[in-house]
Design a protein around this ligand. Structure first.
Ligand code: VG1
Ligand code: CO
Length: 546
């Protein structure tokens, strides 16, 4: 009898297991404390009764502690009566691949082990996310239920049996629970082939068109090798850093201009490659580059929406488009032209779930290098890269030509984000609170050419379930349509990160090729004056500019 192998282990609650923007994310050493992971996982099983006798998808981005956590979760799932777990070989599954497997197999949920773009290794971060049966990140009501449960948890259940070796694929039993260890890539690659024109992309890559993909030693390496090399015929060396490493090779797996600087360098100069892209730790983010050209994620969403009719999976028409609030309004302009709805949601992919499930939208995106569609319920890095490659294959234009044409047609939303990292939490909170207290008096204030037209603290009411999410960021709008947004990060693990998002609209094609930081300088200065950023934080400049 396997029952005899189930142990009830007494535990005491931790008080810090509330999820942030995307799951529970902490330094590895926090997760290594006895029972820290177990308490959180038991809270999931206690509050998601459908997992009993159900199917769970399990995998992670391969970072340090991934394998240990997978073993614990498998034993706990067996003890809690889960019927079957599908786990990626070596414990690997990208975030979008988990979302796809949940949907494909009608699973009751999925657990993703990742701290996404945060560094890994023994001194880095670890994280755990739960996705619901629609394939999407757990909404706030669900993560709050986890949190409440973790505050009163007194025991957890764990099976004493041996965990199958996860390095090989196959079917195993752990007590009464079946464990299927699967190739993490193949189902996902099938889905991509269903959406995109692989013949056209193969021809493009055979024509001398040079691309590079940087997997940053994170999860997308095996996916990119299979898709670009095996299926699209790219030389193996075009896929850089394609072996997932527990510490991401010491790097910071965040695809942006700073952390993927060596990739950006390959696009510069006369001999720069035609197209380059990178993804993050768990494979849901993307950065798109052309020869001497960086596509902001906000523009990327707009270009994708505008080119949907070229892409096999979206040819039959699209529903609306959604963007997170700090993302530029470029996609709204495309939606208006196409006569489809557009939505503005708080930061975090979970807010797109209802809109996708109810066919209000087809595409959605965030300024933070996240783009996706209704093919899964997560943002999807490789999907965005393939979407661009398919556009390039179909149009035979360069990335910069596509962008310039887009701006000519719709106008350009100049956009930049300035991050101040690791600042004192108290100072950061005070900065935002002071701003919040001033909102009512801001209207009509003038700063040179800029006059404030409105200011608020963003609150979102979900159009499907009417749930309200308040305090999602301070927005300041100017008469010329420019915007400044301030919010604090919900994914960091050290101190606070202040994000300042700046946007201004330029309809005149003669002024659409200027340097972004130059164009935005006046607004950057206003943002500093309004919030006293420099004097409050003691910083002269942001840590990261994207
Ligand atoms: C950041 C981004 C947000 C994104 C989140 C998770 O959150 O700004 O847009 O959804 O990370 O992305 P924050 O709260 O730090 O601004 V990932 O790739 O970590 O799953
Ligand atoms: Co991520």
């Amino acid at each position: 009898m396997s029952e005899a192998n189930i142990q009830l282990v007494p535990t005491t609650p931790f008080d810090d297991q509330r999820a942030g923007t995307s799951g529970l994310r902490k330094p590895v050493r926090v997760f290594q404390q006895p029972h820290y992971l177990e308490n959180f996982v038991q809270a999931i099983f206690n509050t998601r009764p459908e997992l009993k006798d159900g199917l769970l998808i399990l995998g992670g981005d391969g970072r340090f502690h991934n394998d240990v956590a997978i073993g614990i979760i498998l034993r706990m799932a067996a003890a809690s009566g889960v019927a079957r777990v599908i786990v990626g070989q070596h414990g690997f599954l990208s975030t979008p691949a988990v979302s796809h497997l949940i949907r494909k197999h009608h699973a009751q949920g999925g657990i993703i082990l990742s701290a996404s773009h945060n560094p890994g290794g023994p001194n880095g971060d670890f994280g755990i996310k739960f996705n619901t049966a629609n394939g999407g990140p757990a909404p706030e009501a669900v993560t709050e239920a986890f949190f409440n449960e973790t505050r009163k948890i007194r025991a957890f259940l764990i099976h004493a049996g041996d965990v199958p070796e996860i390095g090989r694929t196959g079917e195993f039993m752990l007590g009464d629970m079946r464990v299927d260890i699967v190739d993490p890539v193949s189902d996902y690659a099938d889905l991509m082939q269903h959406l995109f024109d692989f013949d056209a992309m193969r021809k493009l890559l055979a024509s001398g068109f040079q691309i590079r993909f940087d997997a940053m030693h994170a999860i997308t390496g095996p996916y990119a090798r299979h898709i670009f090399t095996d299926l699209l015929g790219a030389p193996a060396e075009w896929i850089m850093n394609s072996t997932p490493l527990p510490d991401f090779g010491g790097g910071h797996p965040d695809p942006n201009l700073k952390h993927a600087a060596s990739l950006v360098a390959l696009t510069q100069g006369e001999n720069g490659v035609d197209f380059a892209a990178a993804s993050d730790g768990d494979g849901d983010r993307n950065m798109i580059l052309g020869k001497r050209c960086f596509v902001t994620p906000s523009d990327s969403l707009a270009v994708i929406a505008a080119h949907a009719a070229m892409i096999p999976g979206y040819r039959n028409g699209i529903h609306g488009v959604a963007r997170s609030m700090p993302t530029s309004q470029a996609a709204d302009r495309v939606a208006e032209r196409l006569g489809i709805a557009h939505y503005e949601t708080p930061t975090g992919w979970k807010f797109f779930g209802n809109l996708l499930d109810h066919q209000r939208i087809t595409f959605c995106g965030e300024e933070s290098f996240g783009t996706g569609s209704d093919h899964v319920r997560e943002k999807d890095g490789l999907w965005a890269v393939l979407f661009w490659l398919n556009i390039l294959a179909g149009s035979r234009q360069s990335v910069s030509d596509i962008l310039a044409a887009h701006w000519r047609e719709y106008g350009r939303n100049y956009y930049t984000r300035h991050d101040y990292e690791g600042i004192d939490s108290g100072i950061a909170t005070q900065l935002v609170e002071t701003l919040r207290g001033q909102l009512d008096g801001l209207r009509g204030q003038r700063f040179g050419d800029h006059t404030i037209a409105w200011a608020d603290d963003f609150s979102y009411t979900d159009p499907i379930d009417a749930s309200v999410s308040a305090h999602q960021g301070i927005r300041i709008g100017f008469e010329d349509g420019s915007r400044i947004v301030y919010r604090l990060s919900g994914t960091g693990t050290q101190g606070a990160t202040l994000r300042v998002y700046l946007e201004s609209f330029e309809p005149d094609p003669a002024r659409q090729q200027l340097d972004t930081q130059h164009v935005m300088q006046a607004l950057v200065d206003i943002a500093d004056r309004l919030a006293d950023i420099r004097s409050r934080t003691g910083r002269d400049a942001p840590d990261i500019i994207t």
